[in-house]
Design a binder for this molecule. Sequence first.
Ligand SMILES: Cc1cc2nc3c(=O)[nH]c(=O)nc-3n(C[C@H](O)[C@H](O)[C@H](O)COP(=O)(O)OP(=O)(O)OC[C@H]3O[C@@H](n4cnc5c(N)ncnc54)[C@H](O)[C@@H]3O)c2cc1C
Length: 322
Amino acid sequence: MKQKKDILIIGGGPIGIACALECKKRNLDYIVLEKGALTNSLFNYPLNMSFFSTSEKLEIDNIPFISNNPKPNRTEALEYYRRVATSNTLKINLYEEVVSITKSSDTFLVHSNKHDYSANKVIIATGFYDIPKLLDVPGENLPKVSHYYKEAHPYTLQNVIIVGASNSAVDAALEIWQKGGNVTMIVRGEAIGERVKYWVRPNIINRIKEGSITAYFNSEIKEINENEVIITSPDGIQKLSNDFVLALTGYQPNFSFIKNANISFTEDDRHLPIYNEDTMETNIEGLYLAGVICGGKETHKWFIENSRVHAERIADHIYQTL
Ligand SMILES: Cc1cc2nc3c(=O)[nH]c(=O)nc-3n(C[C@H](O)[C@H](O)[C@H](O)COP(=O)(O)OP(=O)(O)OC[C@H]3O[C@@H](n4cnc5c(N)ncnc54)[C@H](O)[C@@H]3O)c2cc1C
C-alpha cells in the first residue's frame, strides 16, 4: 500500500538530518529514507580521518558539537549526528533505498526497495560518496584495487600505489607510509593539489622530497596487473612492482538518479543541477536539492560547513507553499 507524506527527504547524511530537523520545527509531516546506516558516507570514511572544519562549523540547527580535538574526527562526528537524530526522535527509515521519483500532476510518486510513497514535496540530499570516478583502465576490477581507503594496517610491508593528489590521496599516502607501507603516488598533474589542507601539504611535499614516498607527476596508470602496474610518465612507459592500488581520484553524484527525476543540468563539463539559490527548488516544482549534490561534478564546492543552510531555506519555502 502507498504511504502518504507531505515531505520525503532522500538521504540521511548531515544535510538530510538538518532538513528533517527544520521540518520537525515547523510541524511538517516528513520522513527521511536512507539507503545505508545513518550518515552512511561518514560511516565509510577512513577510520582515523579528521575533518578540516572545526566542530562548531559542522553543527546543525545550532545544536552544540563538542569535540576534544582542534578538528573533530570520524568517531566524534558519528556520535554527534547519531545523538542529534535520536534525541530529536527524527523519523528516519534506514536501509531503504529510493529507486525512482516521478511526478504525476501535483504529487510525487517515490518508489523505494521497500515501499511506495506519495509526497507533496521531495528533498534530494543524496551526496556524492557512493560513486567513485573510475580510472577506466584494464585491471581496475582486480581485487587488489580499491576506490576507498579505510585504514593502513593491510598495507604494511606492501607496495602500494595511490592514484591522485587531493586530500584523500595525501592522507592515505602519509598514513600508510607511517605504518610501514612502501608508497608510490601517481599524479596526473604536476604537483600535489592546491586544495590539500594547508597544515598537511608541507608534510607530503617533504616526504616526497626526502624520498620516503615516491611520486610520479604528470603520470597516469595505463594498466593494472596481478603483480605490477604500467604507467605513462615524462620518462616514458614504466612497470612498477605492486601489491595494492588505491585509486583515490574522487567521487560523483548519481547523475542518472537525478536525471530520471527530470532535473535539468548545465550543459558544460561541470554538470551543475539547475535550482533556485534562494529556495533550493529545482526546475521541477516541489522538488528540492540539498547538500553536496548541488555541486554536480564540482564536488569541492559544497561541504557540510557551507551547505547546512540549505535545510532552513527549503523548509521555509515548503512552509510557505504547502
Ligand atoms: C574525508 C572527508 C573529509 C571531509 N571533511 C569535511 C570537513 O571537514 N568539513 C565539511 O564541511 N565537509 C567535509 N567533508 C565533506 C562532507 O563530509 C560531505 O560534504 C557531507 O557528507 C555532505 O553531506 P550530505 O548530507 O550532503 O551528503 P552525504 O553525507 O553523502 O549523505 C548522503 C546520504 O544519502 C544516502 N543515499 C544516497 N542515495 C540514496 C538513495 N537513492 N536512497 C536513499 N539514500 C541514499 C547515502 O547513503 C548517504 O548517507 C569531508 C569529506 C570527506 C570524504
